[in-house]
Design a protein around this ligand. Structure first.
Ligand SMILES: Cc1ncc(COP(=O)(O)O)c(C=O)c1O
Length: 384
């Protein structure tokens, strides 16, 4: 089986493969006829043993950074850390605004994009409110809005090839929806959706309801700026775009993120966000520096692509299928119960996540260094 298949071939071969699965077939599911309101399960994680983890492939972190240039600046500014980050965060905000060709009132900074996802959850997550999203997607904003603030989740299933089904989603942008959440590329499927299709969905839907686009992984595309929905914000649409420095920039531990939205929407988010007051001084200056380091971005993407190719080969050689990924993680169906798989891999020093979706157990594996991927391959060979 070739690793270089396109999506269509992947779906075809997956359907053939599916007969071999013992725990159901992820590729021949029947889609529920309608969107439905659903309960949001709390987060559960198997008891990872971080101390003994040889390959930390749990959280879509990027082990290829941070940018050496940014590291140097951060080390230099440590001595000034007795001061708050005011000047640094102001400079960072201006730089981000300039980068996107907007004024600063289109930008809100956060300690990681999580801070801004939480702000949006608080803004839109009142009792009686409804959030529309795909099933499957990233649940952080949704979980907070629904489980902590009393909103309800309305889901539309992904299409059979794990992409968004914009026709169905459009039908569900009803009067009683308060926010539409879209993650692109999507986590955990790893798929980037078609830019034109997303744009046309957002252009129409945003006439009725606000849309939150989570672009945490979009910088894995070299032409991310063209694929971003920030262009819609600039046209004045009711669209909020979230970005992070945690992925391609490899700064997850520094906690830096931002949203671009119209000044009216930024003002609303600011009710619940610190707008950079929660950034540390090294984080603010590190973020400024990494934005200048285009060579590091290229390196980061390249290293990710090389390690991902290794993972694809491991899976293909073992006769496994996977969802071709546009990100730094890969989702693939496994042949045992998810918790057991994750615990067995953990015993072998590999940290992973598992997902149960449409009666199939999946593993989500983050892309690590080549050595990490070798550790994964060795452990996986004992279980596959
Ligand atoms: C889709 C998505 N959005 C947002 C985040 C939050 O990232 P951060 O808070 O580090 O910016 C993550 C983290 O993994 C993610 O996967």
């Amino acid at each position: 089986m070739s690793t270089a298949f396109n999506r269509r071939n992947w779906i075809k071969s997956s359907a053939l493969m599916a007969g071999a699965f013992t725990l159901g077939n992820p590729f021949e599911f029947t889609q529920p006829a309608h969107a439905h309101t659903t309960k949001v399960p709390p987060v559960t994680a198997p008891p990872w043993d971080f101390g003994n983890m040889k390959a930390r492939l749990t959280s879509n972190e990027n082990p290829f950074g941070p940018s050496p240039q940014a590291q140097k600046v951060m080390i230099d500014v440590i001595k000034d850390s007795w001061m708050y980050a005011k000047a640094g965060k102001d400079e960072l905000k201006k730089m981000i605004a300039d980068m996107w060709g907007v004024s600063e009132d289109y930008v809100v900074l956060g300690a990681g994009s999580t801070e801004l996802l939480m702000a949006a959850a608080q803004l839109y997550g009142h009792k009686g409110n409804k959030i529309l999203a795909a099933d499957l997607t990233y649940m952080s904003l949704i979980r907070r809005a629904c489980n902590d603030y009393g909103a309800e989740l309305v889901t539309v299933p992904l299409s059979t090839d794990y992409d968004y089904d914009f026709n169905r989603m459009s039908d569900q942008v009803r009067d009683d929806i308060n926010l539409v959440y879209i993650c692109n590329p999507n986590n955990p499927s790893g798929r980037l959706t078609d830019t034109a299709a997303l744009k046309s969905f957002c252009a129409e839907a945003s006439k009725k309801k606000p849309i939150f686009i989570d672009e945490a992984y979009i910088d894995y595309q070299k032409d991310a700026a063209d694929k971003s929905m920030i262009s819609l914000v600039k046209e004045g649409k009711d669209v909020i775009v979230a970005r992070t420095f945690s992925k391609v920039h490899a700064m997850a531990g520094l906690r830096i993120g931002y949203c671009i939205a119209t000044p009216q929407n930024i003002e609303k988010l600011m009710l619940y966000a610190t707008d950079g007051n929660a950034l540390s001084r090294p984080s603010a200056y590190g973020a400024i520096e990494t934005l200048k380091d285009g060579a590091f971005m290229d390196y980061s993407r390249q290293m990710n692509a090389e390690s991902k190719a290794m993972l694809y080969k491991t899976l293909t050689d073992a006769g496994y299928e996977y969802i071709p990924s546009d990100t730094n993680f890969v989702l693939f169906p496994i042949r045992m119960e998810g918790d057991r798989f994750v615990m067995e891999m953990m015993k072998r020093g590999v940290g992973l996540k598992r997902i149960h979706y449409r009666d199939q157990h999946f593993c989500r594996v983050s892309i690590g260094t080549k050595e990490n991927m070798e550790t994964f391959a060795e452990a996986f060979s004992e279980l596959s």
